[in-house]
Design a protein around this ligand. Structure first.
Ligand code: GUN
Ligand code: FE
Length: 422
């Protein structure tokens, strides 16, 4: 596929300082899938490239969903009457167990992949299930869809029902097989080491995963400080850990030479946050999930101001929707409620949420989430004429409105790593 071209339109993206950048009626030069920057006029040396004209349309970076469970997509929007630990036992584990069945997995993962492909997301960091073969099947579908992702075969060897649990030894052997096959078969879809969370992983399993991590240098994803009962349980299970995150760090699975995403961090202590900052751990902020499961509201303004890496995750099916735009709006609303009811931290804005959903999470993948020279060209071309208004809008209002009304606009084209997938 030819992925050198020039694309014209109204560009919006975030600066490293979380400011909104806007270049109307401009050209982005893309060479071999990489942006060469945005120009008012086409530079002489690129005159021979094809121009794709989207004059009057908005172009923004694809969104990065930093945390979601593909295997839970089937029950999204249902069963949100329980808190985390009961929710896992009553809805989640029984559903994830279905992915032992290839036919079921094929159907369910196809629906998930088709919907993700149609969404504003260009990249995602995904949990499968404990089943190696159907998790590889999910990866094959994501690869075919042209999306970039990290996908994990889930590891869990305690505190789970006997129909959905592994022996530590088998979990390690299967994880090695999973990684070897995934690295051999896929280019855009990468394996990620995925201990579900401390309550379902013994020390033996964690040690085994840490060895795999050292050997392969692959990244890690898990859950952290999401729910109060969960945090109390971790204290009982790991009395030697200084705090929840330390229970991962003791095994070397918490940043610091081991790229790590921890979902939630709703109730992280100051010590935990400090360790995350110094270790470079990414937080996947999942406000819809945190509200649906009554987990709470993460201190996202504090995380950003502390200089912790923060991205946004839909956490399907704790979160009810795959829409990252919806998740961004919820992040702002949740932050406002935190400010009103919990502390005096200034709420985040939709522009902060846009930063987290693009550059913030995007940096986990590399130079992703902006149109700066050297960044991979992930882009959504938006036709906002479908969300009609009688008003004349300035550029910033037009963009903020589109973020808030996302579902009302039409995705005209979608590019991932310079390849057009819609
Ligand atoms: N903690 C451990 N497993 C899960 C899960 O599947 N979803 C959420 N939201 N939290 C978890
Ligand atoms: Fe999750």
């Amino acid at each position: 596929m030819n992925n050198s071209f020039i694309i014209k339109g109204d560009f919006y993206f975030s600066s490293k300082e979380r400011k909104l950048l806007n270049y109307n009626n401009s050209y982005c030069v893309v060479e071999n899938g990489i942006s060469q920057g945005i120009f008012k006029e086409i530079p002489e040396k690129y005159m021979n490239l094809q121009v794709i004209d989207h004059s009057g349309n908005m172009i923004m970076p694809g969104l990065v969903d930093l945390h979601l469970h593909a295997s839970q997509y089937s029950f999204r929007g249902m069963g949100m009457d329980l808190e985390l630990l009961q929710w896992l036992n009553e809805y989640t584990f029984p559903e994830e167990h279905n992915y032992a069945d290839e036919e079921y997995a094929d159907r369910a993962y196809q629906i998930f992949t088709d919907d993700l492909k149609r969404s504003y997301s260009t990249r995602a960091v995904v949990f499968g299930t404990i089943h190696t073969d159907t998790t590889l099947m999910l990866m094959e579908k994501l690869e075919k869809a042209g999306l970039y992702s990290y996908v994990g075969k889930v590891n869990m060897d305690r505190n789970a029902p006997d129909y959905y649990i592994e022996e530590a030894k088998d979990s390690i052997t299967e994880t090695k097989r999973f990684i070897e096959e995934a690295l051999r078969r896929f280019k855009k879809t990468k394996p990620i080491i995925t201990p579900r969370f401390i309550p379902t992983c013994t020390d033996t399993l964690m040690k085994g995963l840490a060895e795999i991590q050292k050997e392969t240098q692959l990244p890690v994803q898990s859950h952290l400080s999401e729910n109060r009962s969960e945090i109390e349980w971790v204290k009982e299970l790991c009395p030697e850990a200084e705090f929840y995150g330390d229970a991962y760090d003791r095994f070397g699975l918490f940043g610091k030479g081991c790229k790590t995403i921890m979902a939630h961090c709703v109730s992280s202590t100051e010590m935990e946050l400090e360790r995350m900052r110094t270790n470079g751990v990414y937080v996947a902020h999942c406000p819809n999930s945190n509200m649906n499961l009554s987990s709470g509201i993460a201190p996202v303004r504090r995380l950003l101001d502390k200089g912790i890496h923060v991205g946004i995750g839909t956490d399907i099916a704790g979160g009810h929707t795959l829409s990252m735009l919806d998740e961004m709006v919820s992040a702002v609303q949740a932050s406002k409620m935190r400010w009103r009811y919990i502390d005096e931290e200034e709420p985040i804005t939709i522009i902060d949420a846009f930063y987290m959903a693009t550059r913030g999470g995007g940096s986990f993948f590399g130079n992703i989430g902006g149109f700066d020279g050297g960044y991979e060209f992930d882009a959504i071309v938006i036709d906002d004429s479908t969300a009609a208004t009688s008003k004349e809008l300035d550029s910033v209002s037009r963009f903020v409105r589109v973020l808030n009304l996302g579902g009302e606009c039409r995705i005209k084209e979608k590019y991932v790593g310079g390849d057009k997938i819609i």
